[in-house]
Design a protein around this ligand. Structure first.
Ligand code: HEM
Length: 136
């Protein structure tokens, strides 16, 4: 199974499809912010931030998978999310992943188990990297 190819093709379908007048980032936003622990983290900042983050985070996470290096741009954001700054505890990344996968189900008309597995495989290294930097 060529998960990289499956992911790349699905990525374009997901971000190119408007469903119920919503682009994928907005679908993710609804799901992500419905978790009280997530909403609490954004309570004080700029209200546009969660949407900006969701748009940027998927692309950044995928680019980490394809270019994996310790000094990847993701390092800067992993440090920002660590206990010293935003304090995004490791268990919160599950909500991010779930929101992404839910948007894939809604926005990719060809979604199936292999497509979801491809997204999980491509995005998991970035999540693990971010989680590993929490205590640093
Ligand atoms: C792999 C997963 C994630 C990646 C790659 C990521 C990446 C980013 C990026 C790139 C930004 C800056 C956005 C911008 O200023 O335009 C950001 C901001 C932020 N992220 Fe994440 N994020 C991830 C997961 C999470 C999770 C699970 C939370 C939990 C609530 C979270 C909370 C935040 C907050 C609160 C900000 C706003 C910081 C501010 O006010 O400037 N992130 N993230």
């Amino acid at each position: 199974m060529d998960y990289e190819e499956i992911f790349n093709l699905s990525y374009w379908r997901v971000f190119g499809t408007i469903v119920d007048e919503k682009p994928a980032a907005e679908t993710m936003y609804g799901r992500f912010l419905s978790h009280p622990e997530i909403a609490a983290k954004f309570a004080q900042g700029d209200p546009d931030k969660p949407m900006q983050m969701l748009r940027a985070s998927v692309t950044l996470a995928a680019s980490y998978y394809f270019n994996r290096k310790p000094d990847h741009l993701l390092l800067k954001f992993a440090e920002l999310h660590s206990h010293r700054h935003l304090g995004i505890e490791p268990h919160l990344y599950r909500f991010w992943m779930e929101s992404v996968l839910q948007a894939v189900q809604v926005h990719d008309p060809d979604c199936n188990e292999h497509v979801l597995e491809a997204w999980r495989r491509i995005l998991t290294p970035a999540v693990e990297f971010m989680q590993s930097k929490f205590e640093t």
